[in-house]
Design a protein around this ligand. Structure first.
Ligand SMILES: O=C(O)C(=O)C[C@]1(C(=O)O)C=C[C@@H](O)C=C1
Length: 112
């Protein structure tokens, strides 16, 4: 709620849509940054001969989202759903990268 000259002013539909638009931009920026970091992680895991998916970490990510929702207006189910969608995208990208990025052994040795 916005106060104009001491009077309470209920935001209009347009104002609320503007707020949502701005938040959507932040969400996309943050998710894209998270995906870029997960891409890097996938490359590092491949270079150190680790598998690309880790179900233990995935469980911890979902639990983290479910705990984080306790302080905000999201239900546990909603937070879990968000975590699952993010993990689904992250894992698909990791698999693609893992399958395309050459491993240490496969990388050509640079000779001078
Ligand atoms: O922590 C990792 O090992 C990651 O690769 C990141 C991440 C994630 O996006 O949170 C992605 C795939 C794994 O299965 C688990 C977690």
């Amino acid at each position: 709620m916005i106060c104009v000259q001491g009077k309470k002013h209920l935001p209009s539909v347009d104002e609320l849509r503007k707020q949502i638009e701005s938040i959507d931009k932040d969400i996309i920026d943050l998710i894209a940054t998270r995906m870029e970091i997960a891409d890097e992680l996938a490359k590092e895991k491949k270079h150190s001969s680790q598998g690309y998916w880790d179900t233990g970490v995935e469980r911890a990510v979902i639990d983290r989202y479910m705990e984080l929702c306790e302080d905000v207006s999201l239900s546990v189910g909603e937070a879990k759903l968000i975590a699952e969608v993010i993990l689904k995208i992250s894992k698909e990208r990791q698999k693609l990268l893992y399958d395309s990025e050459p491993s240490v052994q496969e990388k050509p040795i640079k000779r001078k």
